[in-house]
Design a binder for this molecule. Structure first.
Ligand SMILES: Cc1cc2nc3c(=O)[nH]c(=O)nc-3n(C[C@H](O)[C@H](O)[C@H](O)COP(=O)(O)OP(=O)(O)OC[C@H]3O[C@@H](n4cnc5c(N)ncnc54)[C@H](O)[C@@H]3O)c2cc1C
Length: 451
């Protein structure tokens, strides 16, 4: 959608908002302003628009999609810098959206994986002791009167203290892969009680070789989205943009990321409820960064999707995805999460790629060629995200997310977005579901606090 076309509709929609406002109208009935054109915002707007309601989406960036961002820097090879996968395609609402959008996906499998030791020797990844230890740590934590971090719970286990260095390294690698990369939070931040509470859908994981943004374009079709329109403050029935202009509406739906809300990116002209303010304070934004490397040809095994490296530093260049099998492309994707991701964000692009190349030479031999091109993310420094996705920090749970979700100011203010989803937080489908829920509430006329 071109910015010009969007701006051209501004007066028309504002005029409509003004004429539709009547003092006695119920908060749910009038035009709705949605802040954020990520999947959550588009989901709210899509469902309201399809039900005949008038809705305007205000987006700070000059593009749609938020944390779904397909880069076309390599025109022949779209790369997703944010979300890549539909996690669990069965029953997942995004599978239906992909079908409607005619976006084809390919399956990747954790079964097709290869584990290498620090010198590049293939190893059998035995995760049983790491899983047993985690189970014991969780049970230990459950018997305590207060929540602690996963790391504190693990360290309190005599079995952990007795582990030989090699076994420790394997365990640490497994927890990085299954907890830190999955949730974006570090072991010393994740709640031992609720850090891993997320639900999922079954079935394979689907990856979009032509880009996840096909779903975004489809969801946004025909909607009134104003790009390059950062919102500065929100009052009951009114938002003020960074350029000083304001828009009125019956209800405002905020879908901006938790990182932005926690950093005070929106000013509230009336106080939020104590429960919501506490939830904002307690939940945390995690970090996952991607390093896409393109090669002249595939120089690594072609029959695997996942490559794990138990290198000298836990969590550094430890997880890779290869596009050789699923998409037949000479591309590797390296992931970093939590503390490692934060540390790497301070390196230059050049130093990051050199560090990746060193790791690949250790993994596959000193002749492993340098990549011909690279694309890196720094989601922690992205001002409209300030992180990758939310996680349950110590002391938080589904109840904290429920306190963040729903309505405020007698139905004049609503919250959606992945962080508000108690069961599917941190995911693209969670964002979509959260938007669906708010739209349904507005359509059902369920206005009022906590409806
Ligand atoms: C690297 C990475 C990999 C991921 N991988 C996956 C994956 O494979 N599968 C999966 O399911 N999920 C994945 N996710 C998570 C998924 O991308 C997100 O959970 C989801 O996209 C969040 O959608 P949202 O609408 O809640 O937020 P967003 O997409 O962040 O949308 C919020 C929007 O609000 C806008 N905004 C912010 N401030 C303002 C303001 N003041 N005024 C106006 N607009 C504003 C932002 O620009 C943004 O467009 C990944 C995320 C990252 C970062």
């Amino acid at each position: 959608m071109g910015a010009e076309a969007v701006m051209g509709r501004r007066q028309c929609v504002l005029g409509m908002a003004a004429t539709m406002l009547t003092p006695m109208a119920r908060a749910c009935d009038g035009p709705v302003l949605v802040i954020g054109a990520g999947l959550a915002g588009l989901s709210v707007a899509r469902h309201l628009h399809d039900a005949g309601r008038s809705v305007v989406v205000l987006e700070a960036r000059d593009r749609l999609g938020g944390r779904i961002h397909t880069s076309r820097v390599w025109p022949d090879l779209p790369m997703d810098l944010g979300a890549s996968w539909i996690h669990g395609v069965q029953g997942n609402p995004l599978t239906a959206l992909a079908r409607e959008a005619r976006a084809s996906w390919v399956a990747t499998s954790y079964e097709a994986s290869l584990a290498l030791d620090a010198r590049g020797q293939e190893i059998q990844s035995d995760t049983s002791s790491a899983e047993r230890l985690l189970r014991r740590a969780t049970q230990w934590a459950e018997r305590r009167s207060a929540d602690v971090s996963v790391w504190a719970a693990l360290q309190a286990q005599p079995e952990w203290l007795r582990l030989a260095p090699a076994a420790r390294q394997r365990a640490r690698h497994h927890w990085n892969a299954t907890l830190e990369q999955e949730y974006g939070g570090a072991l010393d931040e994740l709640s031992a009680w609720h850090g891993t509470d997320a639900d999922g859908f079954s079935g394979v994981d689907g990856l979009f070789p032509q880009g996840f943004d096909a779903l975004i374009q489809h969801a946004a079709r025909g909607l009134d989205v104003r790009l390059s329109s950062p919102v500065r403050s929100v009052a009951p029935g009114r938002v003020v943009l960074a350029n000083g202009s304001s828009l009125n509406a019956r209800a405002v739906v905020v879908t901006v990321p938790l990182g932005v809300l926690r950093a005070g990116g929106l000013r509230w002209e009336e106080a939020l409820s104590p429960a919501r303010a506490q939830a904002l304070d307690a939940l945390r934004m995690g970090l996952l960064n991607k390093c896409w490397l393109r090669f002249d040809a595939v120089h690594w095994p072609t029959d695997v999707d996942w490559i794990e490296w138990l290198g000298p530093e836990p969590g550094r260049w430890a997880q890779w995805v290869s596009l050789a099998r699923a998409a037949r492309q000479p591309v590797l994707l390296g992931f970093h999460a939590a503390h490692e991701a934060r540390a790497l964000e301070s390196l230059s692009d050049r130093d990051t790629v050199a560090s990746a190349h060193d790791a690949l030479r250790a993994m596959f031999g000193t002749r492993f060629p340098a990549p011909v091109a690279a694309q890196l993310t720094r989601w922690g420094q992205d001002p409209w995200a300030l992180g990758s996705y939310s996680f349950n920090a110590v002391g938080t749970s589904a109840a904290t997310r429920k306190a963040l979700a729903g309505a405020e100011w007698d139905g004049a203010l609503w919250f959606a977005g992945e962080a508000t989803e108690p069961d599917y937080f941190g995911t693209a489908h969670g964002a979509w579901i959260s938007g669906q829920r708010v739209a349904r509430s507005l359509l059902d006329g369920r206005c009022g606090p906590r409806s």
